[in-house]
Write a protein that binds this ligand. Structure first.
Ligand code: A2P
Length: 275
């Protein structure tokens, strides 16, 4: 069972889950089944990934085979394009719920789209959904410190989670410290740098020294930082490998060597640049 992280709203999530971004439609049901079978209890989905219906089918299948839905954390996100408005957020929430055929445990704003100046209004709608008991926890994704500060200043409600790109090239130390100060869980997307960081010689050396794979070494690094993460794989043996990270730990020296890999390089869009 993966370790859990406490949210500021009293709920908790597994630190290690798996993500469905770029998992092809036709593979989604098998990937979800393999992930649940491996022992994952958090599945990161989103309207934008286009595979929520298939995720829902896999969840229904797992439930009828005896998996306790209450043990699972299912997340979804409001994409916000073409419209990033409270009404569009509510409609998207309902559509995701219908596609999944089950409740959403954590709902997030997918991108702040700051040029539109609507993310605070949308955040108020998520607060309302939570107040109505429609969703257990609410959070955001791809928010910078400035965006988070605005949410907190203007609504007084601190997001439970901020899901952002993070891997050894982009450790996000400053943002992580801000999250820690405000009780926000950091959840890393593309935690393996879309597999590119697996090629790094320092990561490979550290992994070899522990007799683990580069992916396992990076996942351990994320867990040592105290964050959550959602590595993606379409291969059942990699899903299992990525969860099998409890048998070793990284020394301070190894953490420092990985810290030395920071370049600031992103594999995705900067939060301020998505319109
Ligand atoms: P695949 O889906 O073919 O297994 P990220 O989560 O950082 O976006 O990285 C996802 C990428 O990393 C995918 O290309 C995935 O490929 C690959 N990947 C995931 N886990 C492993 C692993 N344990 N070993 C090698 N590649 C992996």
């Amino acid at each position: 069972m993966p370790a859990t992280l406490e949210f500021n709203d009293g709920n908790a999530i597994p630190a290690l889950g798996f993500g469905l971004y770029k998992v092809p439609l036709e593979a989604t049901e098998d990937v979800v089944a393999a992930g649940l079978d491996a022992g994952y209890r958090l599945i990161d989905g989103a309207e934008f990934y286009g595979n929520e219906r298939e995720l829902g089918a896999a969840l229904a299948q797992a439930s009828s085979a005896g998996t306790d839905r209450d043990e699972l954390t299912v997340t979804s996100k409001f994409w916000g394009d073409p419209e990033q408005t409270p009404a569009a957020a509510r409609a998207a929430f309902k559509a995701s719920e219908a596609a999944l055929g089950t409740h959403i445990d954590v709902y997030m704003i997918h991108w702040p789209r700051p040029a539109r100046q609507r993310f605070v209004d949308v955040w108020r709608e998520l607060i309302a959904l939570q107040g109505e008991g429609r969703v257990r926890s609410i959070g955001v994704s791809n928010f910078t410190e400035a965006h988070l500060q605005r949410l907190m200043d203007e609504t007084g409600v601190v997001p439970a989670i901020n899901q952002v790109e993070s891997h050894p090239w982009l450790p996000q130390h400053k943002l992580r410290a801000f999250h820690a100060e405000h009780g926000i869980v950091t959840q890393a997307w593309s935690p393996l740098g879309r597999a590119r960081v697996l090629e790094d010689p320092t990561v490979q050396r550290i992994a070899a020294d522990h007799g683990v794979s580069p992916a396992q070494a990076i996942i351990r690094w994320h867990l040592h930082l105290g964050g959550a993460l959602i590595p993606k794989s379409t291969h059942p043996h990699r899903l299992r490998e990525n969860l099998d990270v409890d048998g070793f730990s990284l020394s301070d020296d190894e953490m420092a060597r990985i810290a030395g890999l920071e370049t600031g390089e992103r594999t995705g869009t900067h939060p301020d640049d998505r319109q």
